[in-house]
Design a protein around this ligand. Structure first.
Ligand code: SAM
Length: 295
């Protein structure tokens, strides 16, 4: 079965070998999930909209609430383009976002008054979610290196009405070493090995993987140095490869892992104790999350 999938979606042989090495026979299920188009999912932006508006104004798409997060909806059969044409979308009352990518901000538990760094932030799905979860009260610094993506981040932060967000267009590795934050989200650049779908070109390569691995470690080290003692860091990637996830977390000295509660209804792959790795299954995309405490 997986040979057919490999041919059709051009999943590189080196990646298939890695998935088989890490997950054994479960790799076939993962590859089969990559062959399915995920439904459109969205998050209600509580800074501007509410669930009632989504349920009434988007009724024709039969929105279903996700089991793990009351702000998340699944719209089977809807097209992104159709959603983008709605008033709710244009007014920033909803944000199209994959279910798995809503997890890291939930685990960071942002509160009003806390200083929070979103270290690699564009296009801003998690920055705006952090703001919404804190009811606009968290003091967020959102950093993005890429100029073009930074403009997208700025646009989304404004459109979603996320207040108290300071935007920095710079390499997070060069952030002022005297900054200190209560909480940090490092949603790291990664090889994207958990996110393939038939409509997207496959961009994975071993070269990209190695580049991401070294960047992830540098960013993680920097993030930990910018965290206050007693602070929390959430590290996430949309990769399901150990090299980008558990190995990155284990490379960090002095941090303590905080156990994560499994999100209701999310399929999980085996991962290191106290971390989570969501399995790609046609609804969820592959995603890794770890929460670290700085003593
Ligand atoms: N958290 C974002 C969201 O939810 O919308 C997605 C972040 S994406 C996985 C990773 C981002 O990191 C990319 O936009 C990339 O341009 C940015 N990036 C890569 N290297 C960086 C660096 N050294 N400093 C800051 N941002 C960086």
């Amino acid at each position: 079965m997986s040979d057919i999938i490999t041919k059709k979606f051009d999943i590189p042989a080196a990646l298939i070998e890695k998935l088989r090495g890490q997950y054994g026979e479960r790799a076939d299920g993962i590859l089969a999930a990559f062959a399915r188009e995920r439904p459109v999912t969205l998050r209600v932006n509580r800074l501007k909209g509410d669930a009632a508006a989504v349920e009434s104004e988007l009724a024709r798409f039969s929105p279903k609430r996700s089991a793990f997060y009351e702000d998340a909806y699944i719209l089977e059969g809807a097209k992104e383009r159709e959603l983008e044409e709605t008033a709710l979308y244009r007014e920033g009352k909803i944000y199209l976002q994959s279910l798995s990518s809503m997890l890291p901000p939930l685990f960071l538990e942002p509160k009003a008054g806390e200083s929070i760094l979103d270290m690699t932030a564009a296009p801003g799905g998690k920055t705006t979610q952090l703001s919404a979860l804190s009811e606009g009260g968290a003091l967020i610094t959102a950093c993005e290196k890429d100029k073009f993506r930074f403009e997208r981040l700025k646009y989304n932060v404004e459109k979603q009405g996320a207040a108290r967000v300071t935007l920095l267009n710079e390499d997070a590795r060069n952030l002022n070493p005297y900054f200190r934050f209560d909480k940090i989200l490092l949603d790291a650049p990664c090889s994207g090995s958990g996110t393939f779908s038939p409509s997207q070109p496959v961009k994975w390569s071993e070269k990209l993987l190695f580049k991401c691995i070294s960047l992830q470690r540098a960013l993680l080290l920097k993030a930990f140095s910018l965290l206050k003692s007693g602070g929390m860091l959430v590290y996430s990637t949309c990769s399901i490869l150990r090299e980008e996830n558990e190995d990155a977390v284990c490379s960090l000295k002095g941090a303590r892992l905080v156990p994560l509660e499994a999100p209701v209804g999310a399929p999980l792959l085996p991962s290191m104790e106290d971390t989570l790795c969501v399995e790609p299954d046609g609804l969820f995309e592959g995603f890794f999350v770890a929460k670290l405490f700085k003593p």
